[in-house]
Design a protein around this ligand. Structure first.
Ligand SMILES: *[C@@H]1O[C@H](CO)[C@@H](O)[C@H](O)[C@H]1NC(C)=O
Length: 478
């Protein structure tokens, strides 16, 4: 057995993964899901607050707009956070950036937690903006740290931990949002402020872990520190091979000039994979997954469930999401990226057609129609988690070599949050206008994405970066 393969997980590495991933991906997932369950409660409170201020009856559409802003501003923060990831990661380091990022968590928890007491829904909006910036930064910094501290043969498995923690923390947010826990008129501010807990966990654990060895060597040129960090992470002083690999990478990096943003669009060898990376990111978001995530409780109520059953159905959806993300993690190396993307998007497309039909008849139909709508929503999540949920994040890294990966990733991540924002701000007004027919929009988009993936996305399974790059060189000369 080669020496590297015997060098698997050890207690310290697992500790570092937990310290970095739990405290960061949790913010991303928890704040995606937390607005779901207490929507009705908070909207009622906004209505009352606004009524007291103006002394007039408040238009429901105004409350809808305020709530949509509070939900969607999370993504605006995410775009900003994603865009500044590179600067923060170089200036403060991966670990340093992650730790510093918790200042935003504290601010968000204070603003959101105190909003009710202060009688200001604006404070929820401000708090969600802060936690959005935090999550955008986390989405860049944490996977970077995870990839850089992992042994080469574990990098894929460790990389998916980020996505897995997101799905788990969405589920946690849904459980805590139950009426019997924190989803009540009095305790929803606590529900929002609980986001501070993983921040405290990270501040208590991450300082014990070393900075990324690759950052220390490749960015800072600190060879001794890099070696010390690597020794800590491997729990062994036998790190010479890995240090040699890193030194080679360092030398190679000096030879290749850094790819500029302009070159990414001008050079066809880079432009083709860039378009694919960005399209897959857009497809992930415009598939409608976050419309379902943000508003599932409302969808279940449209399917004529009472409030309590709607919340439990949402919970089941979260559990399915976690389970299927685990499944996709296991099968992605065997089934291939392209296959799982196609199955996922095609499955989602068919599901939205059936869902539209069900929701059209649900008002005057038998009870079983509403149960079928719920099953369809859960099937939608299954199809998302099987591939479109996790693969876009891998794929960007697989399509580019070291010199272009940074620029490509920041563009792809920024466009992901932008699309996320568009769905967040647009879905509820559209749903008010179109009712259940709103899903037809996603049906059409999903059909286009299936076509795009089928025609343009290459299979990257078991291919090296060089093989993939030469494939794009050939395509660009045709
Ligand atoms: C609105 O005013 C009433 C009467 O003063 C008060 O009881 C209630 O708590 C106020 N509601 C909010 C949300 O400020």
């Amino acid at each position: 057995m080669p020496k590297q393969a015997t060098q698997g997980f050890n207690g310290r590495l697992v500790f570092a993964i937990a310290a970095a991933a739990l405290g960061s991906a949790f913010q991303h997932g928890y704040n995606t899901g937390v607005v779901n369950a207490p929507q009705k409660l908070i909207e009622e409170w906004i209505t009352e607050t606004e009524q007291n201020r103006t002394g007039q009856v408040v238009d429901q559409s105004k409350v809808t707009i305020i709530w949509s802003i509070a939900v969607a501003i999370f993504c605006v923060g995410g775009m900003i956070g994603g865009a500044i990831t590179g600067i923060v990661a170089e200036r403060f380091g991966r670990k340093g950036g992650l730790l510093l990022n918790n200042v935003l968590v504290a601010l968000a928890a204070i603003f959101e937690g105190a909003s009710k007491a202060a009688g200001s829904f604006e404070m929820i909006i401000i708090g969600r903006f802060f936690i959005g910036i935090n999550s955008g930064l986390n989405a860049g910094l944490a996977p970077m740290y995870l990839a850089e501290i992992s042994p080469v043969h574990l990098r894929g498995a460790v990389g998916t931990v980020y996505q897995l923690v997101i799905t788990i923390s969405i589920l946690v947010s849904q459980i805590l949002g139950l009426e019997s826990i924190l989803g009540t008129e009095d305790s929803w501010p606590i529900l929002l402020a609980i986001t501070v807990v993983p921040g405290i966990f990270q501040l208590a654990t991450l300082p014990i872990c070393p900075e990324s060895p690759k950052y220390l060597l490749l960015s800072k040129g600190q060879e001794m520190e890099a070696q010390r960090a690597l020794t800590w992470l491997r729990g062994s002083i036998e790190v010479h091979d890995e240090m040699d690999d890193m030194r080679n990478e360092y030398e190679a990096m000096k030879l290749v000039p850094k790819v500029t943003l302009k070159e990414m669009f001008v050079n066809a060898t880079l432009r083709i994979p860039l378009i694919i990376a960005m399209m897959v990111m857009v497809a992930q978001q415009l598939s409608g997954i976050n419309a379902v995530m943000f508003f599932s409780t409302k969808i279940f109520r449209m399917a004529q469930l009472d409030d309590k059953s709607a919340q439990y159905a949402t919970l089941g959806m979260g559990a399915v999401n976690v389970f299927m993300t685990l499944v996709s993690m296991v099968i992605v190396e065997k089934a291939g990226r392209k296959t799982l993307l196609l199955i996922g998007f095609a499955g989602m497309c068919c599901t939205t057609i059936l869902l539209t039909i069900c929701l059209a008849y649900v008002q005057n139909a038998a009870l079983w129609v509403s149960y079928i709508s719920i099953l369809l929503v859960i099937l939608f999540v299954v199809m998302f988690a099987i591939g479109p949920g996790s693969i876009p994040w891998f794929l960007v890294s697989e399509l580019f070599n070291q010199s272009a990966r940074g620029a490509a990733t920041s563009l792809a991540v920024a466009i992901n949050w932008t699309a996320n924002f568009i769905v967040g701000i647009g879905f509820l007004p559209l749903q008010e206008a179109l009712g259940g027919n709103v899903f037809i929009i996603f049906t059409i988009l999903l059909a286009l994405f299936v076509l795009f993936v089928y025609k343009k996305v290459p299979e990257t399974k078991n291919k090296t970066i060089e093989e993939i790059s030469s494939m794009f060189r050939q395509i660009s000369y045709q």
